[in-house]
Every structure is written in structure tokens, then in C-alpha cells.
Design a protein around this ligand. Structure first.
Ligand code: FES
Ligand code: FES
Length: 211
């Protein structure tokens, strides 16, 4: 029989062992070796084309794409809502696909082409999706809007490309611009102001049909 003290010790040992294993799995030995001085950040040069302009930035390898664009390139259109991949406010279009830029490291995008809300249109020459959001009142405070618009453009491209979604009744049939499809595909973009129905109207207009 073990005493309570032994059991406590064993529990602590178990926790320490599990933590060590988790760190070992998360950080392969090559990463430790490459890091050199464990007290300092590991820097890396990253080349990105953002909104048509080529950039080379020297950044800490732990920097997310969102922070690289906001803090290093000073393009603050994409927002940091949750920083956990749960709200979609940070959505950017990377090589034609929408991504949550808070969930991906900038060093994973060497040579990629990134589009943020700043690269879509200008005040006197708006992208059709931007114009539709204004026409249909698809925002209130506007915090989620850059992500909604980037996501909305990519969603229409996904539907056009025939990529099925969870609401597709037939995975082999051509996807169509239905309200259900738009709502399902935009479900990762949260709007605290609740502008959802107007966002669907705006996207439906751009897609060429009224919901
Ligand atoms: Fe990236 Fe919320 S800030 S998903
Ligand atoms: Fe305010 Fe969407 S418009 S959060």
C-alpha cells in the first residue's frame, strides 16, 4: 500500500513526464539545434507579396502572418478579434484561398501572395463586394467587415469552383449560390453586431442572385 504522500509524488512525476513529452513532440530536435541561444528569438527573412507589393521582412519565427502584416507592414485592416481562429476577423486571401491569418506563421508563407482588405479597392474605386456591403448595410461597427469581405470573395470563388460544403445535398453536383451555401461557408466569420442577413444580401447580389 502507498501512502498519500507517495501518491502525490507519483502524480507530480506523471505530470512532469507528460509535459516533457509534449514539449519534445512540439519542438523537434532540429528546432532546438537551430535556435542556438535559447534565451533569444530566432529570426528569419520572409518574402511576401502583399496587395501587389513585394516585401522582405526580418521577423521572429514565432510571428503569425496577422502580426507580420499588422505590426511589420502596418496594414491594420485585418483585425485581431480572438487570436484563436474562432472569429474570422483576421481573414486574408493567400494564394487565392482564405485563411485565418492568426493561426498561421508568417515563415510558412515564404513567397506567397497575400491580399488584405487594403488591396481590394480604393474609396473611389471599390471592389464589387465592398460596394455591395455598403449598399446592403452589411456592417455596423465594421470590426469584422474586412474579414467578412475577404471571406465573402473567397466563398463565391469556392462555390464557382464547385467545392462542396456541409450543406451540399449531393457532393458530386455543382454547388450553387444559395442562401444556405453562403451561410454555411461564412459560418467562421462572426459578427457581434449581427449584420448577417445583410451580409448574405450583399454576397447574393455579387453572386448575381437575390436571396
Ligand atoms: Fe483570427 Fe479571430 S483573430 S480567427
Ligand atoms: Fe460589428 Fe460585425 S459589424 S462586429
Amino acid at each position: 500500500m502507498h501512502g498519500t504522500e507517495d501518491l502525490e509524488l507519483n502524480r507530480r512525476d506523471l505530470m512532469a513526464g507528460a509535459s516533457a513529452c509534449a514539449v519534445a513532440v512540439a519542438c523537434p530536435s532540429s528546432a532546438w539545434a537551430a535556435s542556438g541561444d535559447a534565451s533569444g528569438p530566432v529570426m528569419s527573412k520572409v518574402s511576401l507579396t502583399v496587395n501587389g507589393t513585394a516585401h522582405e521582412i526580418d521577423i521572429d519565427t514565432r510571428t503569425t502572418l496577422l502580426d507580420a502584416v499588422r505590426e511589420h507592414l502596418h496594414l491594420t485592416g485585418a483585425k485581431k478579434g480572438c487570436d484563436h481562429g474562432q472569429c474570422g476577423a483576421c481573414t486574408m486571401i493567400v494564394d487565392g484561398r482564405r485563411i485565418n491569418s492568426c493561426l498561421t506563421l508568417a515563415v510558412m508563407h515564404q513567397g506567397d501572395t497575400v491580399t488584405t482588405i487594403e488591396g481590394l479597392g480604393k474609396p473611389d474605386e471599390l471592389h464589387p463586394m465592398q460596394a455591395a456591403f455598403i449598399k446592403h448595410d452589411g456592417y455596423q461597427c465594421g470590426f469584422c467587415t474586412p474579414g467578412q469581405i475577404c471571406s465573402g470573395i473567397a466563398v463565391l470563388d469556392e462555390i464557382k469552383a464547385g467545392i462542396p460544403s456541409h450543406v451540399a445535398a449531393d457532393l458530386t453536383a455543382t454547388a450553387s449560390f444559395t442562401t444556405d451555401e453562403i451561410r454555411e461557408r461564412m459560418s467562421g466569420n462572426i459578427c457581434r453586431c449581427g449584420a448577417y442577413s445583410n451580409i448574405v444580401d450583399a454576397m447574393s447580389e455579387v453572386a448575381g442572385r437575390q436571396a
